[in-house]
Design a protein around this ligand. Structure first.
Ligand SMILES: [Mg+2]
Length: 288
């Protein structure tokens, strides 16, 4: 039996990249509309109807986790479909969305991601928050971009350090030039309409919270907001990538921005921006 030395962040991320490769390759095989649209007939622990591709992606990721465990890693896994799985330690928590942007994946729209974060701390599996996340990967399988971050060390896109402006781009009218919205149900868009008009010049609705967060990390968007509550599995990796790129993130409460539990319940909306001033503006967009 292997010694139980916990993986370094680079080791976790390498394993997550291998898992994302497997998911990408499997999805590329599933091209028939009927196959991508198929549902398993069950509902995941996270509450969404489970697609066959979601369940298969999760199986591929857990195969990598099984291998890490075999090599001595001890942790708990929290995943959208399976819920909590005990791999021998409550002090390391992997927060997994096998496919963020399932609707895009099933409809053949490009942006959908594997999102995996690692959180560390005493009993983090039951009491952890976003502040406990130490590293993560968002693998956008549309363009096959790999966004990664290690707490205190930085954020990278395809292995190169992310260099993004410290300030958002404003139009001559003082609005944020480009803002990504998630949970873009028409009712939410309407309810947020006044704030969107006040603060935003142009909207983008990518359809995957993890990928919208990465767009802020890379300076592609000036901010993002989920217009309704979000779950930790969608945002745990992306929020660290934003912060390590020099950006700002909050979950519902600007006074305790990272105090959001790592569980499968929907909590406060996630908002992100390049600057604190930008964050204060996008924080006015959600109504959930
Ligand atoms: Mg998902």
């Amino acid at each position: 039996m292997a010694s139980s030395v916990q993986p370094a962040p680079e080791t976790w991320i390498a394993a997550f990249n291998r898992a994302a490769d497997r998911v990408r390759d499997r999805l590329s095989e599933v091209t028939a509309d009927a196959d991508r649209l198929a549902e398993t007939g069950t509902t995941g622990e996270g509450g969404d109807r489970t697609l066959v591709i979601d369940a298969e992606a999760e199986d591929l990721i857990f195969a990598e986790l099984d291998a890490l465990h075999e090599q001595g890693a001890r942790f708990t896994a929290l995943s959208e479909e399976r819920g909590t799985v005990d791999y021998g330690s409550p002090d390391v928590l992997l927060v997994i969305d096998p496919i963020d942007g399932s609707m895009n994946a099933k409809r053949g729209m490009p942006h959908h991601a594997v999102s995996i974060a690692v959180a560390e701390g005493p009993a983090v599996a039951t009491t952890g928050t976003m502040a406990d996340v130490v590293c993560g990967l968002v693998a956008d399988l549309g363009p096959d971009e790999r966004w990664t971050a290690i707490r205190g060390a930085g954020a990278w896109l395809d292995g190169a350090p992310i260099v993004a402006a410290a300030e958002e781009r404003l139009t001559s009218a003082g609005k944020l030039e480009l803002v990504a919205i998630e949970s873009a149900h028409p009712a939410h868009v309407m309810a947020s309409g006044e704030a969107l008009l006040e603060h935003v010049h142009r909207l983008r609705a990518v359809g995957a919270i993890a990928i919208s967060l990465c767009a802020v990390a890379g300076g592609r968007c000036d901010g993002m907001a989920s217009l309704w509550r979000c779950r930790a599995v969608d945002a745990a990796a992306g929020q660290l990538i934003v912060r390590e790129s020099g950006g700002h993130v909050a979950f519902g409460d600007l006074d305790a921005p990272l105090d959001s539990p790592l569980d499968l319940v929907a909590h406060g909306p996630v908002v992100a921006a390049r600057s604190a001033a930008g964050l204060a503006r996008v924080a006015q967009l959600p109504h959930g």
